[in-house]
Design a protein around this ligand. Structure first.
Ligand SMILES: *Cc1c(COP(=O)(O)O)cnc(C)c1O
Length: 396
């Protein structure tokens, strides 16, 4: 792992940056598909890999390269492979590192579409997946078999913000000869650096906090050069490429990542603290609260609690739990009703009927995602305006 000479905030602004002969101070957008060679010999050398340099934007583009190098510096990774979305980052990771017959152990509390990818699509190609509890390491040990290649987690989880001990799972994975993959989308390197805790691979949906303003889709896979080689090989051939325009937006997003994540976290903590004191709220889920079951662990492996707060709304007499949750959502005027997160604009969503509606009621209940649960991804507005938008919760 590289030891950077600068502080992370400085790296987020400066790392990976390269200028052309024009000396531009803000990174240039290379919106072109192919690159010219000086002569036939150079073309052959580039294709043969004996001379480094750009060839074609499906797998080499200077703007995308700058984004990859900046994110790699922030995560402390040897290499970053940028992809067209967070989902294609997961796909590239699995296609690069697994073969038919291999086995993956994944947390039950991962992004709904990731569950679909594993259970409905990759299963058809001969991959076996076992889903286990994020917070019970003994289930991971029990699920391992001789074909286990990857462990896959998100911490904190969505929407209940459960936290796992990354180091403990990394040790179990390594004893089994497997790699630990952490989807670090909720924290970003500004809050949590899984590679320093023993994880082998990091996944990002750049769509969320790396963009930070809800504009573009993108993703990334990070790890050692050795592990990223087959992942990059898959991308080069299959073309799940990040567009240069999106890479340029994400490069700008990364420059403000540290100040934004600090603000998201402090506003989320203030909102969670307020929510906990409201008569119409029965429970709040936020790792930064002392009442969170894994608060101590979260504060040890994260710099702060992050921007996601979930809570349960109390149903009034004659009202179902879903009606209570929907009534709160419909009473908001400022917060956006959308399932996205990581935006400057705060968003509110009802997981049971949206992001987790493809999961059976039974599985939802087992996972603790009840009909009364509401998730807020806290943006960058003033927290008093967010509280004012949720005032119905304060009525006795
Ligand atoms: C959104 C999200 C993804 C998928 O990312 P896309 O960019 O939407 O493809 C994966 N993991 C987590 C945790 C996410 O929140």
């Amino acid at each position: 792992m590289k030891t950077p000479k600068y502080h992370p905030e400085t790296l987020s602004v400066r790392a990976g940056s390269e200028a052309t002969e024009f000396g531009e101070n803000s990174e240039a957008l290379f919106l072109n598909s192919s690159f010219r060679f000086k002569n036939a010999a150079q073309a052959a050398a580039r294709f043969g890999g004996t001379e480094p340099g750009n060839i074609y934007s499906r797998f080499t583009n200077p703007t995308v390269t700058m984004f990859q190098n900046k994110l790699a510096a922030l995560e402390g990774a040897e290499q970053c492979v940028a992809t067209s979305s967070g989902m294609s980052a997961i796909l590239a990771c699995v296609m690069g590192l697994c073969s038919a017959g291999d086995h993956i152990v994944a947390s039950r509390s991962i992004f709904g579409t990731s569950v679909q990818l594993f259970s409905n699509i990759l299963k058809r190609w001969g991959l076996e997946v076992s889903f286990v509890s994020l917070t019970h390491p003994e289930e991971w040990t029990a699920a391992v078999n001789s074909k286990t290649k990857l462990f896959f987690v998100e911490t904190p989880s969505n929407p209940l913000t459960e936290v796992c001990d990354i180091r403990v799972l990394a040790d179990i994975a390594h004893q089994a000869g497997a790699y630990l993959v952490v989807d670090n989308c909720f924290c970003t390197p500004a809050i949590q650096k899984p590679l320093t805790l023993g994880a082998d691979i990091i996944i990002h949906s750049a769509t969320k906090y790396i963009d930070g303003q809800g504009r573009c889709l993108g993703g990334a896979v990070l790890g050692s050069k050795e592990l990223m080689e087959p992942v990059y090989g898959f991308l080069r051939t299959a073309g799940v490429t990040m567009s240069a325009f999106n890479a340029w937006v994400f490069l700008k997003g990364l420059e403000t990542l540290y100040v934004r994540m600090e603000a998201h976290s402090s506003k989320a903590l203030a909102l969670a603290t307020w929510l906990e004191a409201q008569p119409q709220v029965t429970r709040v889920y936020y790792p930064g609260l002392a009442s969170h079951p894994q608060h101590a662990l979260a504060m040890q492996q994260q710099l702060s609690g992050g921007g996601i707060v979930s809570f349960e709304v109390k149903a009034k007499a004659g009202q179902s739990q879903q009606e209570a949750a929907w009534a709160l959502i419909d009473a908001t005027k400022l917060i956006s009703i959308t399932a996205n997160l990581g935006d400057a604009k705060s968003t509110i969503t009802h997981p049971a009927s949206t992001t987790h509606s493809r999961v059976t009621q039974e599985a939802r209940t087992a996972a603790g995602i009840g009909d009364s649960l509401v998730r807020i991804a806290v943006g960058l507005e003033h927290v008093e305006d967010l509280i004012a938008d949720l005032q119905v919760l304060s009525q006795a």
